[in-house]
Ligand binder design. Structure first.
Ligand code: AMP
Length: 124
């Protein structure tokens, strides 16, 4: 599983292209999705070079894993979706590999909400 340093999120992390930043810490960056699928749609990514969840869960340091998990909760709070901010619920999506529909080969979680989202998966 080799990491493509030219993927779009690697370029965002190197500040070669801009993003609409929501949150950042030493290990994590969160920004608005450029093509939102609901009223609120943000992406949370580790700063480390991990292709997907298989890669991250096996190779990331504990600090990075904790930071990503905490950031997922923090970002839902920042965008007003978590129960701590009286949100109405939301969805995390983590697409992995071709069948999972992953387009960008840098691990990322989608946080989507702000309106009813319907069923989890719709079959083609
Ligand atoms: P996935 O299909 O899970 O790999 O999702 C990739 C997501 O990245 C899509 O929802 C895209 O809209 C989003 N995306 C692609 N390029 C950018 C960008 N430059 N800034 C923000 N989001 C992006």
């Amino acid at each position: 599983m080799s990491y493509d340093r030219n993927n779009i999120f690697a370029k965002i992390l190197r500040k070669e292209i801009p993003c609409d930043k929501i949150y950042e810490n030493d290990h994590v960056l969160a920004f608005k999705d450029i093509n939102p699928q609901a009223k609120i749609h943000v992406l949370v990514i580790p700063k480390g070079a991990y292709v997907n969840m298989d890669d991250f869960s096996q190779n990331a340091k504990n600090d990075e894993i904790v930071a990503l998990t905490r950031a997922l909760g923090e970002v839902t709070k920042i965008v007003g979706l978590s129960s701590y901010s009286e949100g109405k619920g939301y969805r995390y999506i983590g697409n992995n590999g071709p069948d999972g529909g992953q387009e960008v080969p840098h691990l990322h979680f989608h946080i989507i909400g702000g309106e009813p989202l319907g069923r989890m998966v719709s079959k083609k």
